[in-house]
Design a protein around this ligand. Structure first.
Ligand SMILES: C[S@@+](CC[C@H](N)C(=O)[O-])C[C@H]1O[C@@H](n2cnc3c(N)ncnc32)[C@H](O)[C@@H]1O
Length: 299
């Protein structure tokens, strides 16, 4: 075995039991002090972590650009277990995480006639439920990993939803330039920016407004810190809420922190961006060109 499953890496990096406790939100997992402290209290996780760190160092040498590197990480992880590659240690958890994504969007107004773009769709953990629910041809999934897209096709077959004719497309960047403008009612990126450096997130935020309809929105999750922004192994990235809200507003988007997602049993937080102010939004939603950045709930 080359390394531990992804969830063990993040276990090394974060407190799995309470990732949003005030203490966990301040933690800088990239520091030597944190790593030594963690190793002393979780000795069993040291060897898998070191194996993964060695593999990732090798992959980074072979692929200096982030997308190439992360594609190689996904290839290696998917070979062993596609469900673990998208972050679910067990099939039950894979099902539950997909259900959580689906329930949230339906509660927030997703309708069968909507057109949806799922960025970093993985092996359709949430995607198969969206495909099943949406009208034929209304789901568009993109991913940087050919290996996970092959696994996605297997999920389609297992679920018997081939008739819904979803689009599954490999991408090398997030300019979204091959997609039509004013098209998608819902754009979604679950557990993608948690694995993305700032330039990848900014590329997406700079272009997503073009493909959204005027009433559409883009929901993305992120690993939140209230301390120093940091990353672990080039795989897990921790951002302050205000950083991402400001980045969205810089590109003329309205952006808000989704408080109600915090109630779900999930370690990440969620931000919603849109071209126009959305129902229920307040002046904290304004793009930067209209107002000064505000302090988000997590900052
Ligand atoms: C943790 S998995 C989550 C997959 C899916 N969203 C889910 O919730 O099951 C992250 C996925 O995002 C993809 N990914 C990472 N960076 C990406 C990028 N810049 N553009 C598109 N996909 C990306 C990975 O290949 C992987 O399939």
């Amino acid at each position: 075995m080359v390394g531990a499953p992804r969830t063990e890496v993040t276990a090394m990096a974060q407190d799995m039991k309470s990732p949003k406790s005030p203490k966990a939100l301040k933690r800088n997992r990239s520091t030597v002090t944190h790593k030594v402290g963690y190793a002393l209290t979780h000795p069993g996780r040291v060897a898998p972590y070191l194996r993964r760190a060695a593999r990732d160092t090798w992959l980074r040498l072979k692929h200096p650009d982030h997308v190439g590197y992360y594609r190689a990480v996904m290839a290696s992880d998917t070979r062993r277990n596609p469900e673990a590659a998208v972050g679910s240690q067990t099939h039950e958890r894979w099902l539950a995480l997909g259900q959580m994504q689906f329930d949230y969007l339906v509660e927030h107004g997703l309708r069968p006639e909507h057109r949806m773009l799922d960025i970093g769709c993985g092996n359709l953990r949430g995607g198969w439920r969206f495909i099943d629910y949406l009208d034929t041809g209304h789901y568009y999934g993109i991913d940087i990993s050919p290996d996970i897209l092959i696994a996605a096709k297997k999920t389609l077959v297992e679920r018997g939803i081939q008739d819904k004719l979803p689009h599954l497309t490999l991408t090398g960047d997030l300019t979204l330039d091959f997609l039509p403008g004013d098209h998608f009612d819902v754009v979604h990126a679950h557990s993608v920016f948690s694995h993305s450096p700032r330039e990848v997130i900014e590329e997406c935020l700079a272009h997503v407004g073009r493909v959204l309809t005027d009433t559409g929105f883009f929901d993305f999750t992120f690993d939140r810190t209230e301390g120093t922004e940091h990353q672990v192994l080039g795989e897990d990235f921790y951002y302050r809420t205000e950083t991402l809200l400001s980045l969205a507003r810089k590109h003329g988007l309205h952006a808000r922190f989704m408080d109600d997602w915090e109630q779900r049993p999930h370690g990440q937080s969620k931000i919603r961006v849109s071209r126009s102010p959305l129902p229920g939004s307040d002046d904290h939603d304004e793009p930067a060109r209209h107002r000064q950045p505000v302090t988000g709930p997590a900052a």
